[in-house]
Design a protein. Structure first.
Length: 291
C-alpha cells in the first residue's frame, strides 16, 4: 500500500538543513504524493524449506489472517521486476579494504540484475546524497561506484528513511539494501519515527552490518518490513551476502488481498501461513491502515 504519511517526514528531513541539524540532503527527489485511498494490501512473503526458497505455490496455498480474521488471497505473484535501492554508509571509516570490498559487492549486485529491474544508489555520511536515481540503466548506476569515498560521520537513520522514500516512488517491488559499519552519529530523524513510517510502506529492507551487532534500529526496521538483519565480522563476505539477499528477495511471493471483516484504521496484525506444508514463512508482522 502506498501511503500519504511519507510526506511529513520528508519535510522534516529537508528542514534539518535549515534548522542546523547534522544531516544534509543532496540530490533527493521531490516528495511524491501517495494515495491513501488504496484498500488492497500487498505482502512480500519468503517461504523456505531447508534454507531454500519454495517455488510453485499459488494463492490457494496461503492462509492470511488480518487481526485474526481469515482473508481471501487474490494473487500470489512470484517473478516480477525489482527496484533495488542500495543505501550505503560512506562515513570516514569506510576506506581501504572496506571500501574495495563494498564496491565489489555493489558491482556483483548490479551484474545480477535482470531485464526490467531498476537500481538506485544512495550514500550517507553526515550528508545524505543520491548518487544515482532509480533507473533501468544499470551501467549508469555502476559508473558512480568507482567515485565512492568515505568521509565524515554516520547519518544512518536519515539515510534509511531516504532509501524508503526512493522505494515508495514506484509501484513495483522495492528492496532496500542497507550497509553500515557503525552506529548512527549524526541523524536528525529518530529511529522510532522511521520504523513507524516503514509500517506504512511496501518496501522490504535488508540490513547488513559489519564490525559488531547491528544497531537496534536496523533490526527493528528489517523486522517491521519483513526483511532480515545480517551481521558480518568483516567486509570480506559482502559480495556473497549482497548477492544472496538479491536472490532471496527475488524468490519471495507477493500476496494481495482486500481486507474483509476487520476494522478500518490503526495497526493490523498479519499472520501468513502455508497450508499443509512444513515450511518457514517470513513476512511483515502487520501494516498500518490510514482508513
Amino acid at each position: 500500500m502506498k501511503r500519504a504519511a511519507f510526506a511529513p517526514l520528508a519535510a522534516c528531513l529537508a528542514l534539518s538543513v535549515v534548522a542546523g541539524g547534522d544531516a544534509r540532503t543532496s540530490g533527493l527527489p521531490q516528495v511524491p504524493r501517495f494515495s491513501s485511498a488504496v484498500e488492497a494490501v500487498r505482502v512480500d512473503v519468503l517461504v523456505t524449506a531447508g534454507g531454500k526458497p519454495v517455488r510453485g505455490l499459488t494463492a490457494g496455498d496461503f492462509e492470511v489472517l488480518d487481526n485474526g480474521v481469515r482473508q481471501t488471497v487474490d494473487v500470489a505473484a512470484f517473478a516480477q521486476p525489482l527496484n533495488v535501492i542500495l543505501a550505503l554508509d560512506m562515513s570516514a571509516s569506510v576506506a581501504g579494504a572496506r571500501l574495495s570490498d563494498l564496491q565489489r559487492a555493489i558491482r556483483m549486485v548490479l551484474g545480477d540484475l535482470r531485464g526490467g529491474d531498476r537500481a538506485a544508489l544512495l550514500q550517507f555520511s553526515h550528508m545524505v546524497t543520491l548518487a544515482a536515481d532509480l533507473t533501468g540503466d544499470v551501467e549508469r548506476v555502476g559508473s558512480v561506484v568507482d567515485r565512492l569515498t568515505g568521509r565524515g560521520e554516520t547519518a544512518l537513520v536519515d539515510g534509511a528513511y531516504a532509501a524508503l522514500l526512493l522505494g515508495e516512488q514506484d509501484a513495483g517491488r522495492s528492496l532496500v539494501m542497507i550497509f553500515s559499519d557503525g552506529l548512527d552519529t549524526s541523524s536528525w530523524l529518530t529511529p522510532g519515527a522511521v520504523v513507524s513510517i516503514a509500517r506504512r510502506s511496501d518496501v522490504v529492507a535488508y540490513a547488513v552490518s559489519t564490525g559488531g551487532p547491528a544497531p537496534p534500529f536496523l533490526r527493528d526496521l528489517a523486522e517491521t518490513t519483513g526483511g532480515r538483519s545480517i551481521d558480518l565480522s568483516s567486509t570480506k563476505a559482502l559480495s556473497e551476502t549482497f548477492v544472496g539477499i538479491l536472490d532471496e528477495f527475488r524468490g519471495r511471493y507477493v500476496l494481495g488481498f482486500t481486507p474483509q471483516g476487520t476494522a478500518r484504521g490503526g495497526w493490523h496484525r498479519l499472520q501468513v501461513r502455508v497450508k499443509g506444508r512444513s515450511v518457514s514463512v517470513r513476512a511483515r508482522p502487520g501494516y498500518q491502515s490510514s482508513r
